[in-house]
Each structure stands twice: as C-alpha cells, then as structure tokens.
Design a protein around this ligand. Structure first.
Ligand SMILES: NC(=O)c1ccc[n+]([C@@H]2O[C@H](COP(=O)([O-])OP(=O)(O)OC[C@H]3O[C@@H](n4cnc5c(N)ncnc54)[C@H](O)[C@@H]3O)[C@@H](O)[C@H]2O)c1
Length: 254
C-alpha cells in the first residue's frame, strides 16, 4: 500500500461518489465524504468506519461550501491531497420550453461547483507545497449530443475543458488534474420517474441486445470508482490534463 492520502469527494453520499469513497478508503486513504444530502454523507462515512477505514462526513453544497469542505479535511486529517469533483444532477430539460434558471441549475452544480471546489482545494494544495490530484467526473455526454440534455452535456463539456486548463495552470505546483467520463452507470441518477432507464425495453434492445454498448450492460459504480481511484492516487505521475472514457466501448462504435 502507498502513502495514505486525504481525499475530499463531492456527491459521495450516493452512486459513483460513494463507490469512490469506498475504493479509496480500502486503499488506505482518509476520506471526507461530502454531499448536499448530509444524512447520506453520514451513512457512507459510517460504512467506511465500520469497515476499519478513516472517514468524516460533511453536508456541503458544491456551489457554496467549497472552503468548508477543504477546512473539514484539514481539521480532521491535517491536509488535503485529493479532490474528486463528482457531485452531479440530471433532469430532462427540453431546450425550447425550459426556463433559463432551471436550465442553468445543472451548469451551476456540475461546472461552477467544480470550479469552486477546485479553486479551494488547489489554493490549499499550493499552500501545503507538496502537490496533489484533482479528478473531475465528466461523462460521454461531454462529447456527444443527446435530446433533452443540452444543460447537462454542455456542463460536462465545460468540465473537460476545465480539466485541460487546470492541468496546465497547476502543473508548476505539482498538481495533476484529470477526468473520468463514464457511459451508462447503474446509480440513482439513472432512475427517472421511478424507473431505471437501463431496465426499459428500448434500452435493453438497442444498447444490450444489439450491443450498441459492446460490453452489453451498464457499469456498476465500482467499475468507475477504480479508474477514479487510479487517477486520484497520483501514481501515474506523467498523466495530466486527460479524461479517461469508461463506457464499455459505447463511444467507439456506431
Ligand atoms: N449514472 C450515470 O449513468 C452517469 C454517467 C456519466 C456520468 N455520471 C456522473 O457521475 C457523477 C455521479 O453521479 P451518480 O450517477 O453517482 O449520481 P447519484 O445521483 O447517485 O449521486 C450524485 C450525488 O451528488 C449529490 N449532489 C447533488 N447536487 C449536489 C450539490 N450541489 N452539492 C453536493 N452534492 C450534490 C447528490 O446528493 C448525490 O448524492 C455525476 O457527476 C454524474 O453526472 C453519471
């Protein structure tokens, strides 16, 4: 096992964030489980502690509580080494009829939230003087078009560009910035109106039976978490500015 690092993971109360918290904790790292849903963050931190790991929870909105998350890491563990910008929301939004404020909400949480948190974390990392790692959770939606998703897809496209720009700007400080772009993942986000989009006949026929996803299934959150953890640990010391696509082959076929 390598040196134990301290990771702040946003949106870690559920899905990919929760799986990443568990993956990094299992590798011996200390975790700040951050989520706007304080109760969910507590549950995940307790799960990690029950398994013998080290974790604290904070109820935190990425749009307003970036400094508080970093302060929590330093208060609990004395340092911040890793930030995973994972918090996200999705709701279908018809471009012609969705009011602007409703459309903008997705960009606020997923793009500006990542900006706020990256700035707070990077300032602390620079002050500490020993580098760090930032991992942004993007999506294949960042580089593909889709109906009812212009808010989500443009937010994710902006995150990929943030990954590239911060990689360049923070390189002199020893901070690596990378991203992970999942395809379909079996999490609560995939549930729309109480139904998992992966269970519909349309999804099964097109993506699974016809192998539009070559691996013919959505990912488990743990399959995304291992790639996030790989980047978050910083063991790939010459890798920065890139977003790794983890989509079962979805975006290499047509
Ligand atoms: N599930 C998928 O198919 C999929 C695919 C590609 C990318 N992603 C991305 O993965 C990330 C995690 O999504 P997930 O599928 O695990 O979803 P999820 O809904 O299971 O988890 C998202 C978490 O983010 C939290 N959150 C929402 N707004 C927040 C805010 N303002 N501040 C702090 N926390 C907030 C939620 O409370 C929730 O716990 C998101 O960025 C999402 O866009 C998901």
């Amino acid at each position: 096992m390598g040196v134990s690092q301290v990771a702040v993971i946003t949106g870690a109360g559920s899905g990919i964030g929760r799986a990443t918290a568990h993956e990094l904790a299992q590798r011996g790292h200390r975790i700040v489980v951050a989520d706007i849903n304080a109760g969910a963050a507590e549950v995940v931190a307790n799960e990690i502690i029950q398994l013998g790991g080290h974790a604290v929870a904070i109820g935190a909105d990425v749009c307003v509580d970036a400094d508080a998350m970093v302060a929590k890491a330093i208060e609990a563990f004395g340092v911040i080494d890793i930030l995973v910008n994972n918090a996200g929301i999705f709701y279908p939004a018809d471009f012609l009829t969705t009011p602007f404020a409703e459309w903008q909400k997705a960009v606020d949480v997923m793009y500006f939230g990542a900006v706020h948190c990256s700035q707070a974390a990077a300032r602390a990392m620079v002050a500490q003087g020993h580098g760090g790692q930032i991992v942004n959770v993007s999506s294949v939606n960042a580089f593909l078009g889709a109906p009812l998703s212009s808010h989500y897809n443009t937010a994710k496209g902006a995150i990929d560009q943030l990954t590239r720009c911060l990689a360049v700007e923070l390189a002199p400080h020893g901070i690596l910035v990378n991203g992970v772009a999942p395809g379909f993942v079996e999490t609560p986000m995939a549930i729309v109106d109480g139904v998992s989009e992966h269970s519909t006949a349309e999804f099964q026929q097109f993506y699974v039976q016809r192998r539009r996803i070559p691996l013919a299934r959505p990912a488990e959150p743990s399959e995304i978490a291992v790639v996030i953890a790989f980047l978050a640990e910083g063991s790939a010391t010459y890798l920065t500015g890139h977003t790794i696509v983890v989509d079962g082959g979805l975006s290499v076929t047509f």
